[in-house]
Design a binder for this molecule. Structure first.
Ligand code: F6P
Length: 322
């Protein structure tokens, strides 16, 4: 089975970027180890801290952030980092060639019930024209990512990654501590009969989106003329991994629960890396109005609506907003 470095080298990834990816993955292996030990490692439950968005943090949110941050800031190629758990960017090395953003533990509400959780990351070339401590390092569209990926802590620990070529899937071999290639090119079906959405928010959705879901629920008797199934993991990494594996659509639309904040998911370290992985596997990734990767961000922790998955189903969903 092939290791990460030769696979990425063959695909033309620069060696210094591979070294950075390996460094980052070192932290995710530590997270995988702690998560697998659960209560034995004393990492379950809430900490007494709140993050920059006012959300109560789980112990593992704090630990995963510390591990990712510590690991990345040691590396001379890292100019700046941004994390879901940090209010603003953290400066690294002025001469570093890359900037890295991450969600240290996506879906952390699943941790106490032994559900799927993951680390999402994205890497951009550093901007030489702005300092390391500037948020401008990250104010750029997702098309400029040179690497996007997630590590999914599930029954196996998986790495799904692209450096601009195919979306690869690796499995962590616990015996050697190495990620070994499982799927060279993930390909998702263009059609699907499965959707993932938090149905509890139905009454807060806009009319077009409510109509779309109603039509799916009407199955073979409705205008879509096929029976749909629903899956909801409460961790985007888990839902997206299922969709990359067997097709489907994952949607977190805008809603009117909080008019100041209609969308939930973050552009920089959630939507953009997932969008690149999905597109490189043959899927589509949109907000209600535009391709996610084309968005010009205006703030670090910006939120966006997310409609990702099998190409024809994403098109069908977008049709309701026209
Ligand atoms: O904050 C991100 C996240 O945990 C996603 O991974 C997940 O899809 C979503 O939030 C679930 O949120 P909720 O349960 O509030 O709908």
């Amino acid at each position: 089975m092939e290791h990460l470095r030769p696979v990425l080298l063959k695909g033309g990834t620069p060696p210094k970027l591979i070294t950075l990816i390996e460094k980052l993955l070192g932290a995710t292996k530590d997270i995988a180890q702690l998560v697998s030990q659960g209560a034995l490692a004393g990492v379950l439950g809430f900490s007494s801290e709140k993050n920059t968005h006012g959300e109560r943090q789980k112990h593992m949110d704090v630990i995963a952030n510390r591990l990712m941050k510590g690991c990345l800031l040691q590396h001379s190629q890292v100019r700046t980092i941004a994390s879901e758990e940090e209010g603003t960017v953290v400066a690294g090395h002025e001469r570093g060639h890359y900037v890295v953003a991450f969600d240290p533990l996506d879906g952390s509400s699943n941790i106490d019930s032994n559900g799927q959780i993951g680390t999402i990351f994205t890497i951009y070339p550093a901007r030489g024209d702005v300092p390391a401590n500037s948020e401008l390092q990250f104010r750029r569209p997702g098309t400029q990512q040179v690497c996007a990926g997630y590590v999914l802590y599930g029954p196996s620990t998986l790495l799904v990654i692209t450096t601009g070529g195919p979306t690869h899937c690796f499995t962590l071999d616990v015996a050697s501590g190495e990620f070994l290639l499982a799927t060279h090119q993930m390909h998702m079906p263009v059609d699907t009969q499965e959707f993932a959405v938090n149905m509890a928010n139905q009454r807060f959705w806009d009319a077009p989106f409510r109509r779309y879901i109603d039509d799916l629920l009407n199955g073979e008797k409705g205008p879509r003329v096929k029976r749909y199934n629903m899956r909801w993991n409460a961790a985007m990494v888990g839902d997206v991994h299922r969709i990359l594996t067997r097709g489907g659509i994952f949607i977190y639309p805008e809603d009117n629960r909080d008019l100041q904040q209609p969308a939930k998911l973050r552009l920089l370290y959630e939507a953009n890396p997932i969008a690149l992985l999905i597109e490189k596997a043959g899927g589509k990734a949109y907000t209600q109005t535009q391709r996610i990767l084309a968005i010009e961000p205006f703030e670090l922790h910006q939120r966006v609506a997310v409609i990702v998955g099998s190409a024809n189903e994403v098109d069908a969903c977008l049709g309701y907003f026209k």
